[in-house]
Design a binder for this molecule. Structure first.
Ligand code: UT7
Length: 332
């Protein structure tokens, strides 16, 4: 073990995506774009969307139930539930609704927001509680319904995003499987990718005003985010691998935030990691923000690709800006 404190294992995964999919040809009817352009520039072919009857707590709970079942524990065993999301059903927090739906009354539950890095930041947060012996069984969910906040007339963004949820169970373990991490933030580039509140002044009584308004649809400088990701993501992965005392050759699976196939390819190339070690499912889901990493992880685990003991280098990047990497082994 290279860390002080108790060992940590990732013992279960689960995911859930809405049934309804919107493919590139359907997008052609909405904005000036083409299946060829979207496929060539992003690798995305379709994305799944939550309808007006759906909600974040429902897809998140479905993913969570599957992760809990795989870990072989009961919801009542959970000490902590962390929901990484930027699109809660309730701005006061949605994790407690999930706690209620799961039947996990003992679990302290809260939301955390780090956009598309939310799941990686959540893994590190969960790990601190387990390392220090505070909690033993933690459920981490990454879930987002970005379709709520996409400008469906903006071809620069609406082609990218989809909805989904993924979850893992992290537990105290004799052997340590959580091997290293590196997290970073840079607020100077905040405006490059935003889902910002736009204030309108309302006067309550003379001399006393408050700001009331609405969140504005996602705005993004795609080129800037692209450059940032390709430059910064390899750096944090190398740093996290250094902390784990591992080389890139020892990585079995590169598990990047599923934003754009070109970003996945460029990061893998910079790290000299062969394409067959790069997990990718964005053709079917697009960019599902905090859900993308656990969704791809769960699919690879259930497909038998990821085996117990495999070394996974996961990295998230996105709004904030935030970015970070974790290095872990699958299973106990
Ligand atoms: O979680 C993190 C979230 N964000 C990201 O990961 C985004 C990172 N960035 C990207 O993935 C890419 O920058 C995009 C996919 C968003 C855009 O690809 P690009 O190769 O950077 O294209 P571009 O913005 O340079 O646009 C090239 C051309 C432009 O036309 P002109 O100026 O060359 O005439 C755009 O107007 O493509 C045009 N364009 C489109 N054409 C057809 C932009 N969006 C579209 C579209 N369909 N949807």
């Amino acid at each position: 073990m290279n860390q002080l404190g108790l060992g940590i294992a990732i013992t279960g995964s689960g995911s859930a995506t809405p049934e309804v999919a919107l493919d590139n040809h359907q997008l052609e009817r909405m904005v000036e774009t083409s299946d060829e352009w979207i496929t060539a520039r992003t690798g995305i072919r379709e994305r799944h969307l939550v309808d007006a009857q759906g909600c974040l707590s429902a897809i998140a709970s479905t993913a969570a139930q599957k992760a809990i079942a795989m870990a072989g524990i009961a919801p009542t065993d959970l000490d902590l539930i962390i929901l990484a999301t930027s699109t809660p059903d309730d701005l006061f927090g949605t994790a407690t609704q999930i706690q209620h739906l799961l039947g996990a009354p003992q679990a302290v539950s809260f939301d955390m927001t780090a956009a598309c890095s939310g799941f990686v930041f959540g893994m590190v947060t969960a790990a601190q509680f387990i390392r220090t012996g505070v909690y033993q069984n933690v459920l981490l969910i990454g879930a987002d319904i970005l379709s709520r906040w996409v400008d469906w007339t903006d071809r620069g963004t609406c082609i990218l995003f989809g909805d989904g949820a993924g979850a893992i169970v992290m537990q105290v373990n004799e052997s340590d499987r959580f091997l290293g991490f590196e997290l970073r933030s840079d607020g100077t580039l905040n405006k490059s990718l935003q889902l910002a509140f736009k204030a309108q002044t309302r006067e309550l009584v003379e001399g006393v005003t408050v700001s009331q308004g609405n969140y504005q649809p996602i705005s993004m400088n795609g080129k800037e985010i692209y450059r940032f990701a390709v430059q910064k993501v390899p750096e944090v992965i190398e740093k996290a691998l250094f902390r784990a005392n591992l080389s890139t050759d020892e990585v079995d699976w590169l598990l990047l935030h599923q934003a754009n196939q070109r970003i996945l390819d460029a990061v893998a190339q910079r790290l000299n990691i062969p394409a067959e070690k790069v997990l990718s499912n964005l053709a079917h889901y697009g960019n599902t923000s905090a859900a993308s990493i656990p969704l791809a992880l769960d699919e690879a685990v259930r497909a038998g690709q990821i085996q117990s003991g495999d070394v996974i280098a996961a990295a998230g990047f996105g709004a904030g800006l935030t970015w970070g990497a974790t290095i872990f082994q699958w299973g106990r």
